[in-house]
Design a protein around this ligand. Structure first.
Ligand code: NAP
Length: 354
């Protein structure tokens, strides 16, 4: 039974940034004109590994632009990378020690300088982007290749509204399989990935059933879900219907629990490895049998995706859902909060004034 009628207001958590480390505040308080503030980690571990550092402002090389970061985010990708979990992901991020020292995938800011051979941008341009491989947005300045995942900001949006790339990019890795009129169920549709998945699935013309906790029912509906199910009152795995796509966007269910919800040819996709790494094992097994019945989406083409996302954002078909705001000096608290697994949408970090 679906709970279309549950109508609780969506609480927007206040900016209760408690327990801020005093040394972090003072270390990040002021910098010389050729230096910048950044959060650096040298060993994998808990949020307390994040250390404030004063670093030289990076100089853009040929083809690069330098961005003065106004807003960034703390994501589940950042928290997992800080912890070095899952271990095999260290093949990309560094086995014993992290290769990158500053986290942060999303940024929005102002182009502050350009290196030689940059045609697309000039100082003063408002840009937003994604740093999927190298991170680096938890700093006041960053340099990025002008042909990488960096786009002009839609003119009608603020900086905060543009730090939406991480969740949307992962969501798109799954929702891109949908075609007009297909039916999908999104479990955990209230996180960064889930809120994006609702909107991207709707943009593809799919019928969306969003499964959320009761505090998020109104939110899911406001994002365009055709139907909402409160998983705290209804066991969605017992529904007597089928879907072309069941997307576990919270990492809290499994193919075994959901397989009877799949239509013939339907796909189960998950953002996490699943119990006993079952999603990884099953996706490998099914791909050997020539089927994509279970998938762990590996997103690709960040630049191409960001361009299409900018269009959706500019015409109002996609909007970020934002939870708390923190400042750079409150980064440890921001990581602790994201690690609770209870944020709604995106946690923003305000870095510089716009
Ligand atoms: N594959 C990758 O590279 C990758 C990258 C990023 C993230 N991830 C994974 O993707 C998942 C989603 O990431 P995210 O950033 O979107 O998460 P998130 O923002 O941290 O999700 C938080 C939301 O999940 C919901 N939730 C918590 N427990 C739940 C449960 N038992 N059932 C259903 N919903 C539940 C909560 O809302 P309710 O109150 O509505 O329950 C909460 O608002 C995470 O598990 C993360 O580990 C994977």
């Amino acid at each position: 039974m679906a709970t279309e009628e549950v109508g609780l207001a969506i609480p927007t958590p206040p900016s209760q940034n408690t327990g801020v480390c005093a040394s972090l505040h003072s270390a990040l308080a002021s910098t010389a004109s050729d230096s910048m503030r950044a959060l650096v980690f040298e060993r994998y571990g808990a949020p307390e590994r994040l250390m404030p550092r004063t670093l030289p402002i990076p100089q853009p090389r040929a083809g690069e632009l330098r961005v003065r970061v106004v807003a960034t985010t703390v994501t589940r990708t950042d928290t997992a990378t800080l912890r070095g979990h899952p271990f095999f992901a260290r093949a990309m991020t560094g086995i014993l020690r992290p290769k990158m020292r500053t986290l942060g995938m999303d940024f929005a800011g102002v182009v502050d300088a350009t290196g030689p051979d940059v045609a697309r941008f000039q100082p003063g341009d408002r840009v937003f982007g994604l740093l999927p491989e190298r991170f680096g947005a938890h700093a006041e300045y960053l340099c990025i290749d002008s042909e990488a995942a960096v786009m002009p900001m839609p003119a009608n949006l603020d900086f905060d509204a543009c730090v939406v790339g991480e969740g949307a990019w992962y969501a798109n890795g799954t929702t891109r399989v949908l075609r007009e009129g297909q039916r999908c169920l999104i479990y955990g549709a209230s996180g960064a990935i889930g809120t994006a998945a609702i909107q991207l699935a709707k943009a593809r013309g799919a019928h969306v059933t969003a499964v959320v906790g009761h505090r998020h029912v109104d939110l899911a509906r406001s994002l365009g879900a055709d139907r909402t199910i409160d998983y705290q009152s209804v066991d969605f795995t017992a529904l007597d219907e089928t879907f072309d796509l069941v997307f576990d966007a919270a990492g809290k269910t499994s193919w075994f629990a959901c397989r009877r919800l799949l239509s013939r040819g339907g796909i189960f996709s998950a953002t996490d490895l699943g119990p006993w790494w079952s999603n990884l094992v099953l996706s490998a097994w099914f791909s050997m049998t020539g089927s994509a019945r279970v998938r762990i989406p590996f997103p690709e083409d960040a630049r191409g995706f960001l361009a299409s996302l900018a269009t959706l954002m500019a015409d109002g078909r996609f909007r970020g859902v934002f939870d708390r705001h923190y400042r750079l000096a409150e980064m440890v608290d921001a990581f602790r909060y994201v690690e609770t697994g209870q944020k709604t949408g995106i946690v923003v970090v305000d870095v510089n004034d716009s």
